[in-house]
Write a protein that binds this ligand. Structure first.
Ligand code: C2O
Ligand code: CU
Ligand code: CU
Length: 572
């Protein structure tokens, strides 16, 4: 700490070997950084052909490692899409195993979202198409096969998506990919003595864009980085061992309103951030970008006191280098300043909230897996039903002593508060991942627009991919709620899907079933077929009509001394 403070006023500090030596001793440098960082190729335009395949890559001299790659030997190309374009995706699975491909962060229909309900069998091609509705930002793509996401991502099936838009700000920010704009896909990896990946929760070697021990030559000017934490579990706290001019300009789903001067970038699995770093006074300097994990709070993966207590490998709880920058002369027409106003954000107002939901994270005495509202992921259960265009406030309550990076598909949200306090500035932008630290409560607001599907759900889950694969995930449907009928007392119930093939849900639009005595299914000849007593506190009940023929059924909801009926059609 003393070292850092005493050096902070120095700006051009590439000169001093003595200072560098002091710094080196303050950082855990287990790794050397001799390898030029790979900058993924790009695909632009409106057709994106991706082939996921097994491959091999030489990471360490000697034997190459078995990997998964997308159009290559490890990770995939950067997909550059324009807001408003209608794009055709073609994902071919050449793996021996089933996969899926999810466009993490994108606002697309559930059937195009690439979640666990859209498997791609070996040898098959999945071809969704959709309009890019998102503004300029950093997304990513990765498989989402239930129980196998962590492994497929760890072996290399992932890539970055950059959205460009017509915001005139775009030209005032560094925007020449591979020159003054770079993706940084940060992962930790472990290798065995035969140079093969050890598939593990917390690995011990840093990799950026698939390059182990990478250095990057940057021009001595303002350079923009799209940073993605594509690690399965580890959280990073990026910065420099000196005061350095760094601004965060974007969060998961777009640009922040103003550039935020910062010396740390805290980034959890699945999260993205855009930063601009001014290298103009550092020409000739070679120096580290560091993850200051010694500063992390308890229960955060990679902290001194991380999940399960003490450090489990050399990167845990220490400050370690992620990347080396080697600052070159500037390019011909460098960007020399960034605008003060980047974006206008218009979060929904809480006063307009249609519905509140709570998601509580728990664990039992065995310590694993983690539950959301007491449940584990069940592909056959839709945990929540959202009405199209509703504005909702979700409260995330972490009752465990471990931090969980919460993620939800379909939408971007705005954090309302953290333990009742206004979120810090870097969490005031559009978000789709937020790290919920131990025993914290985070509320966010969002609106579910544009897409409905009564049979294909969206996911919400912990983006610690080991937690996700073990069931810390749930599903929600967005529906137009055909058949919504108002009860007295202002309570609304509806059935979906309606018509249905077999299963449908009775949903309390507001509140829950606590005043409901029974829910019954009657046929049109007056026979009662099903009687169910909803559990207290739930707001949704699934009923299966598979024993009964196609046709019309009456659903009778008995509450207090009244009842309400809904009609449900069982179709072929
Ligand atoms: Cu990164 Cu459910 O996804
Ligand atoms: Cu996602
Ligand atoms: Cu988790």
């Amino acid at each position: 700490m003393n070292i850092r403070l005493s050096l902070s006023p120095l700006k051009g500090w590439g000169c001093s070997f003595l200072l560098a030596a002091l710094l080196l001793s303050s950082i855990g440098y287990a790794q050397l950084f001799p390898n030029p960082m790979h900058v993924p190729d790009t695909i632009m335009g409106t057709t994106f052909n991706l082939v996921v395949d097994e491959s091999k890559k030489l990471f360490i001299a000697g034997d190459s490692s078995d990997t998964y790659g997308i159009n290559g030997d490890y990770l995939g190309p950067t997909l550059i899409m324009n807001e408003g374009d209608f794009v055709q995706m073609n994902v071919t699975n050449n793996l021996a195993n089933t996969t899926t491909m999810h466009w993490h962060g994108m606002h697309v229909a559930p059937e195009d979202d690439g979640g666990p309900h859209t498997p791609i069998a070996p040898g098959e091609t999945w071809s969704p198409d959709f309009t890019v509705l998102d503004e300029a930002t950093t997304f990513w793509y990765h498989p989402h096969l239930h129980h196998y996401t962590a492994e497929q991502v760890y072996f290399g099936a992932a890539g970055m998506i950059l959205i460009r838009d017509n915001n005139p700000i775009a030209n005032q920010l560094p925007h020449t990919y591979g020159v003054d704009e770079f993706p940084l896909i940060i992962q930790d990896k472990s290798f065995d003595t035969l140079n093969q990946f050890i598939y593990t929760e917390m690995a011990d070697t840093m990799m950026v864009n698939g390059t182990l021990g990478p250095y990057l030559e940057v021009p001595g000017q303002m350079v923009r980085f799209h940073i993605l934490n594509a690690s399965n579990q580890r959280v990073y706290n990026l910065g420099f061992p000196f005061q350095f001019d760094m601004w965060q300009i974007g969060s998961d789903g777009g640009l922040l309103e103003q550039p935020l001067p910062t010396n740390r970038l805290y980034i959890a699995p699945g999260e993205r951030a855009e930063v601009v770093i001014d290298f103009s006074s550092q020409i000739g300097w070679n120096g580290p970008m560091v993850s200051f994990n010694s500063e992390m709070g308890d229960g955060v993966s990679g902290a001194p006191n991380g999940p399960g207590g003490g450090p489990n490998n050399p990167l845990d709880g220490v400050d370690f280098q992620v990347l080396e920058f080697r600052v070159q002369p500037p390019t011909a027409n460098p960007i020399t300043s960034i605008p003060n106003n980047l974006n206008t954000l218009s979060p929904p107002q809480e006063i307009n909230t249609d519905r509140y939901r709570t998601k509580t994270f728990t664990v039992d005495s065995t310590g694993f897996p983690f539950y959301i509202n007491g449940e584990l992921m069940d592909m056959a259960v839709f945990n929540d039903t959202v009405l199209l265009d509703d504005i909702e406030v979700w409260t995330l309550i972490n009752e465990t002593d471990i931090a969980h990076p919460w993620h939800i598909h379909d939408i971007q949200f705005f954090v309302l508060d953290i333990n009742g306090n206004q979120p810090p500035p870097h969490l005031r932008g559009r978000k789709d991942v937020v790290l919920v630290e131990p025993f914290d409560t985070i509320r966010y607001i969002t609106q579910f627009t544009d897409f409905t599907n009564d049979t294909v759900p969206y996911m919400f889950h912990c983006h610690n991919l080991f937690h996700e694969d073990a069931g810390m995930m749930g599903q929600f449907i967005v529906t137009t709620g055909v058949g919504v009928e108002e009860l007295e007392e202002g309570t609304a119930f509806y059935a979906y899907p309606n018509p249905t093939l077999n299963r449908f849900n009775i949903v309390a639009h507001e509140g829950n079933f606590s005043d409901i005595n029974t829910i019954e299914v009657w046929d049109t000849r007056g026979r009662r077929l099903v009687t169910r007593v909803p559990a207290p506190g739930v707001n949704q009940l699934e009923i299966d009509l598979s024993p009964y023929p196609t046709g019309l059924y009456l659903i009778r909801v008995n509450y207090a001394d009244q009842f309400q009926t809904l009609k449900v059609m069982k179709a072929k």
